[in-house]
Design a protein around this ligand. Sequence first.
Ligand code: NIG
Ligand code: FE
Length: 425
Amino acid sequence: MSLLPDLVIQNCGQLLTVAGASRRPKILRDMNDPGIILDGAVAIKEENIVDVGTTRQLEKKYNRKGVKIIDALGKVVLPGFVDCHTHAVFGGDRAGEFVQRIQGESYLEILKKGGGILSTVKNTCKLTLENLVEVSKKHLDTMLLHGTTTAEIKSGYGLNKKDELKILKAVQHLQRTHHMDIVPTFLGAHTIPSQYQSYPDSYVDLVCKMLPKVKAYATFCDVFCDEGGFDAKQSEKILSTAKMLGFRVKIHVNEFKDIGGVSLAIRLCVTTADHLDNIKYRDILKLKKSGIICVLLPGVPFFLMKDNYAPGRKMLEAGLPVALATDFNPGTCPCENIQMIITLACLNLGMTPAQAISAVTINAAHAIGMSDRIGSIEIGKQADMIILDIEDYNQIPYYFGINHVNSVIKKGRLVVENKQLVYSH
Ligand code: NIG
Ligand code: FE
């Protein structure tokens, strides 16, 4: 077998490696260091990165017949984005509710009337597995075109065993057929279904009974511990049962209200606590000792027209590991473009572009337990990289609302070229 790489990407004006944090997430000053190599190059063999350096260094070693070259033309190159919190598999949309909200109805009022998540549950239950795969694939294609090479996807629009399993099977199908890496999460406890409104604890028991059945399909178990969802006691029951069965656990907390979810998260040693929009400084300090990754989702308060953004800068200054994600879902953030989330994190969470980039790459990889394979450009890691049409990475959030991604390399293969999917399954 030849020792030469198959592919070299060279002339990367700024190569952002985000290196050095595969064992532990980045915190504090390291968040601000995207590990830049000016005029960088990356050598790839099969699925993996085999060398990283300057263009001059790699040209000397690998300028040989048979080695394919991609010229990045002086542009910004970085690890593929990792969207570590999405609800990307669902039926229908809620554009009608969007208009209702603009006219003054709140998200929770709509949910209480049987709309919101419950309307998406109806639309998701109506679809066959095949249709669900088909509509979800379109969302994943859009994510990939915007540079997301790995995503976590939660179930949670079935709320009964049959339909939760259908969603997880759709996720599994996409895992096998789509270019993106996908990490599946069971979120049977997304909200209380209509028929259980008067007996929420019976639904909690039902979710616990679903756990062994969905185990084969999901790595993580998550609970929506908030107003409109599950209280701390109910959440604890579900997540501690899940842990006993071998799931890793996550929790949605403090999106609408602080109902004690942070203390529960710490007690349960969750991998991530997500949202954290309404968090007291006391709880920031408590989280500090926990090692929990804080997944911030600024697209949600933005889309819900609220000003309760998570105190991102304070969390970073306190030394918490912070990741960012879209929360892509039909109700609170119908946006597949994580570049837009970087802009919102800079403008509303007080993060610098460099911190936001660390948060959507290596720290997001930690949030889904994949930091050994993805999230940075380092020898031995999977070759997941994106080439952007800009010369300075600060332009990612600056020119906002557009897609900067020109090309995507996933597991060493060019899957997006000149803003088009090269081919899809
Ligand atoms: O993370 N309520 C929580 N879950 C999602 C929203 C889902 C929806 O509205 O469909 C969230 O914000
Ligand atoms: Fe969510």
